[in-house]
Design a protein around this ligand. Structure first.
Ligand code: DX5
Ligand code: ZN
Length: 219
């Protein structure tokens, strides 16, 4: 089953609660929460206080994407009854295995992400310690960028590796997904698809969520 995780980075922050209800109405599966610190990425977004303001506003779980340095110092702030995944960047973690264990110790599923320029082999030693692998299809920092399609080969390779080794992690993609490329993204084997501007830039947000899911499900 394919899941859609709209990124609230592109939502209207003055009415975040309403926007989240709209994606739920359209049938979205997760709320993608993009946290940026102005150090790991060249932009600052929001932190746990904003995410927690959405507690109970919908039944959708939080899919937290930490684009921050030193995530160990902050990740527990994102652990709530609604938090399903916390994902850190391989490039930001000196002791990645320890950080992943730290996430799991909080009872939340552990994810790891790699930037477009980072090869898959950097995750080789932690494949058994993750519940989610998030492949960045743009250089992180901003919504509304164009997808770098060459990253899709990483998804295809992950599908093979997961099968060969009998592993169970979910495969997620993030960046530049639109109605005109979501079929290709799903066909590569992606389980969870993030979409920010494609969802919240639409006039009819629930309608766009339905449209993206139906194209992906047709693959
Ligand atoms: C990029 C973020 C993405 C981004 C997705 O740094 O991690 O989640 O907001 O937005 P779109 O779908 O507009 O590329
Ligand atoms: Zn993200």
């Amino acid at each position: 089953m394919v899941q859609l995780a709209p990124s609230i980075l592109s939502a209207d922050f003055s009415r975040l609660g309403e926007d989240v209800r709209k994606i739920e109405e359209g049938g979205a599966h997760l709320i993608h929460v993009d946290v940026m610190d102005g150090h790991f990425v060249p932009n600052i977004s929001f932190g746990a206080v904003v995410m927690k303001s959405l507690a109970g506003k919908s039944g959708l779980p939080f899919d937290v994407h930490l684009m921050i340095e030193n995530p160990d110092a902050y990740l527990e702030e994102f652990v709530t009854p609604q938090t399903e995944y916390i994902t850190v960047h391989q490039e930001a973690c000196t002791h990645l295995h320890r950080t992943l264990q730290h996430i799991r110790s909080t009872g939340v599923k552990a994810g790891v992400s790699i930037n477009p320029a980072t090869p898959l082999c950097m995750l080789e030693e932690v494949l058994e310690d993750v519940d989610l692998i998030l492949i960045m299809s743009v250089n992180p920092g901003f919504g509304g960028q164009k997808m770098i399609p060459s990253v899709l080969h990483k998804i295809e390779q992950l599908v093979e590796i997961r099968e060969e080794r009998g592993l169970k992690f979910q495969i997620e993609i993030d960046g530049g997904v639109k109605t005109d490329n979501i079929a290709q993204v799903r066909a590569a084997g992606t389980d969870i698809i993030v979409a920010g501007s494609a969802v919240f830039g639409a006039e009819d947000i629930p309608g766009r969520v339905r449209e993206l899911i139906s194209i992906a499900e047709a693959e």
